[in-house]
Design a protein around this ligand. Sequence first.
Ligand SMILES: [Zn+2]
Length: 429
Amino acid sequence: MGVAFRFGRIHGCLGILTFVPKWLMLLCLCLRLLLLMSCSILRLMIGMVAIFDAPSVVAIFSSPKLCPSREDQWIWADDLKGMFSVAGAYRGIKQWPVNTQHPFRPKDWSRLWKLCIQDRLKLHLWKCAQNALPMRGVVAHIVNSDSDQQCLCSLCGLEAESAEHLFLRCQVARVVWHGSFWPLLIERFVDSNIAEFILGLLYASRTFGIPKVDCRNFTLAAALVLDSLWYLCNDVIHNKATIDPFVVIQTTRRGYLEHSLAWNAVEVASGLFWRPSPVGSWKCNVDVAVRSSHSVLTVVVRDSEGSLCSLYTERLTSQDPLVGEMAALWAAVRLVEDKSWPQIIFESDCLSVVQDVLHESPVAGWQMEDWLPGIRRFFSMHAPHSLCWIPRRQNKLAHRLAKWAASAVVYGFISLSAIPAHVFCCDCL
Ligand SMILES: [Zn+2]
C-alpha cells in the first residue's frame, strides 16, 4: 500500500516505489483532510526520498518510451485509477493490524480529541503520539542513511533527529520547557517514549500532580511548547532561522496568553469567570488551602480594572476548611479596615461562611466565635461594603495563590514578582 511511480517509458506499467507507506499515508491523510497540503508539496516530499542511484535515474530517463502518450507520473498504488482519495486511504488504514504495543488506548485518543485547545494543536499532539512527524532521523532510517550528517538534529546537531530527541532531550528544548508558562523539568522524561509523554500530558493531574482545575492550562502550555519546537526546527531547515530559545519562550508565552484570553472571554460570557468590580470599587477574594498539618489562607484585593492591589497569605494551625475560610474572611476584614476604599466587594466560594455572616443564625461553630461577631460588626458599620458567594471557578486567583503559598511556604504580604506566571495570570482579562 502506498505511493507508486508510473513510468511512461517502461512498458507503460508501474515502477513500484513502495516506501514508508504507513507514516506517509497517515500524514498525507490528515493533512489532506485539513487542506494543509497540496499535491505539489506531497510530490516534493516524496522526491526528497532517494529511491534510485544516479546511474539508474539516467538509465530510466534514457530508455525509449513505449507508450509515447503517457507521461511519467506519481500515482496512488492502491487505487485502480491511481488517484489519491481520503476515503480510499481511510479504507486502507482500517485494514492495518492494530498496534498492541502503542501506549494509547481508544479512550486515550478520544481524550486527546476532546482537549480544550485549538484543533491545530490537537492535531500536532496526535502526530507526535503517532510518531508521524517527518523527523530527519526517522526519514534517514527509512532510506538507510543513518550515518548521514543530514539526519542530525537541526537545532543542536548532536543526535539523530527524532521526536524523543527534539521534544524531550534536545538542549534547546530543555531551555524552552524551563521557560514555559508551566516550567517543566523535562530531564525527567529523557528516557520516555514520545507517545508515553503525550499520554502523560493528557492525564496531567496523575502524571505531574497538576491540580485538576489547572490541567487545561497546563496541557495548553505544553502543546504550545511542542508546537513551537517543531516550528523552530522547520524554520531553521527551510529559512535558516537563528536558533534563540528565548525568542521561542517569548513566542510560546504570547501564544499561551492569547489562547487563555480567548477561553476567558468565552467563560466570562457564560458567567464562569471572575469579573472586576464596578468603577470606583474594589474586590477582595479570599480562600484557603488545607494541608495535612495546617492551612494557608489568602486574601487578594483588586481594583475595578483588575489590577492587583494587595496579596496576603497566612499560615493557620487548623485543618478545618470551614475555619480556614472564616479566618481568611477575618484576615481580609482586618486588612482593609484602615484603607480608605469607599466600596469593597468581598467574595468567598464557601457558601456556609457567607450564610453565617449574612444571617444572624446559626453560628458556624465555637472555633469561629472570636471572628464572626467582628466580621458582622464590620459589615454593619460599613454599609457600602458587601459580601457574596461565588463559584470556585470565579475565585481562581485566591485558590491558586493559596495552593502555591502552601507548597512554596510563602507567608505575609507578597510581591507580584514572586508569584509564578500561571498563578497571577489565571484571571487575566
Ligand atoms: Zn537537538
